[in-house]
Design a binder for this molecule. Structure first.
Ligand code: OSB
Ligand code: MG
Length: 368
């Protein structure tokens, strides 16, 4: 058994609504879809790197280069056919975790398809439905923000995350809480603060938040620990957690009480699993973050979120919250009040629609 072909496509899809974080406002998403073929079966993965190196140091063009020059040639040279084998071999390359994860996920989808089972079963998932959640960007005004939260609640979401940055934090929480005193609410700063903002951040304790996500930049594990000592609300780390080792350091140091797991950020599902298991053993709940993925990457996330220690609602929303024409059939929809059913078919269990992929493709390359 050998991989016959690997294919990459760079795609661009417009958002239904702009998405603004402390990094700035975006109107569309550029990302890479990876396919691996074996015996006519195709596994799909998505590389969640973004066009600009804001959230992480990786970029779509950088990931493209690393995949075509190093990771894909390695697959053929080492005759890699499975995700565990991929993980073992790819460790020789430093960094580039999102590029690695996109290709590893394609191997996971392929493996589950060849076994004729949904990916969640291969992972040992324990549920058929996951708790959805929606991530609300920064808006032009507080009334716009409250209205947008209202739209999402109307659509059935039960947990809302709002993006914060200096100048759009305490007032934003107060505005949402005034209208919706009882919803599950959390905030995400994407690293926009520093220890000098301690007094502002402590004020967030007043809003009964589920968590405060990544207040400080990725490498500030120590300052997060100092802040966590001063706050009642659990801190949750996103950008800081890149591996089992960083997760362990954060937990041992007391930098957070909750971890956001994004399979792309940690380099794939093997590493994701190690972090998940470590956190489970240490009483640290995790949840599944999102990178505004297309339906392909989001379907992968749905299966991951079925693992037992994924205990808080996720940044996983329906297709139409992100894109008018998602790449998959059927679209991902809310199945009950604030939940999403995990697809039952083999692999990721959703069908990427060739025609829609082609229309969104900027460039494509095939490797044999
Ligand atoms: O920090 O969680 C984040 C999107 C892009 C980059 C970083 C983040 C996000 C989100 C979106 O919050 C979550 C989603 O995909 O629904
Ligand atoms: Mg985040």
């Amino acid at each position: 058994m050998t991989i016959e072909r690997v294919e990459m496509a760079l795609l661009k899809l417009p958002y239904v609504h702009f998405f603004e974080t402390s990094f700035g406002r975006e109107y569309d998403r550029t990302f890479i879809i990876v396919r691996v073929y074996e015996d006519g079966v195709c596994g799909f993965g998505e590389v969640v790197a973004e066009e600009a190196p804001l959230y992480s140091g990786e970029t779509t063009e950088g990931a493209w280069h690393v995949l075509r020059a190093f990771l894909i040639p390695m697959v053929f040279k080492e005759k890699i056919t499975g995700p565990e084998d991929f993980y073992k071999n790819v460790g020789r390359f430093r960094g580039n975790l999102m590029a690695k994860a996109g290709l590893e996920l394609a191997f996971w989808d392929l493996k589950a398809k060849k076994a004729g089972m949904p990916l969640k079963r291969l992972y040992g998932g324990v549920r058929d439905e996951i708790e959805a959640g929606v991530s609300c960007g920064i808006e032009d005004s507080l009334p716009d923000l409250v209205a947008r939260v209202g739209v999402y609640l109307e659509e059935g979401y039960r947990r809302v995350k709002i993006k914060i940055k200096p100048g759009w934090d305490v007032a934003a929480c107060a505005a949402v809480r005034e209208k919706y005193p009882d919803i599950l609410l959390q905030v995400d700063a994407n690293g926009a603060y520093s220890l000098a903002d301690m007094e502002t951040l402590k004020k967030l304790d007043a809003f009964n938040l589920l968590l405060v996500e990544q207040p400080f930049p990725p490498y500030d594990l120590w300052d997060h620990a100092k802040l966590q000592k001063e706050m009642r609300t659990p801190l949750c780390l996103d950008e800081s957690i890149l591996s089992l080792d960083t997760a362990r350091a954060a937990v041992e140091m007391g930098s957070c009480r909750i971890i956001n797991i994004k399979v792309g950020r940690v380099g794939g599902a093997v590493e994701m699993r190690k972090i998940h298991d470590y956190c489970e053993e240490h009483g640290v709940p995790v949840w599944c973050g999102g990178m505004l993925e297309s339906g392909i990457g989001r379907a992968h996330n749905l299966h991951i979120a079925t693992l037992p220690n994924f205990k808080l609602p996720h940044d996983l929303s329906a297709s139409r919250r992100y894109y008018k024409e998602d790449l998959i059939d059927p679209f991902i929809e809310l199945s009950g009040p604030g939940t999403i059913r995990v697809p039952e078919g083999p692999g990721i269990g959703v069908h990427p629609v060739e025609e829609r992929i082609r229309r969104a493709t900027l460039k494509r390359e095939v490797f044999k």
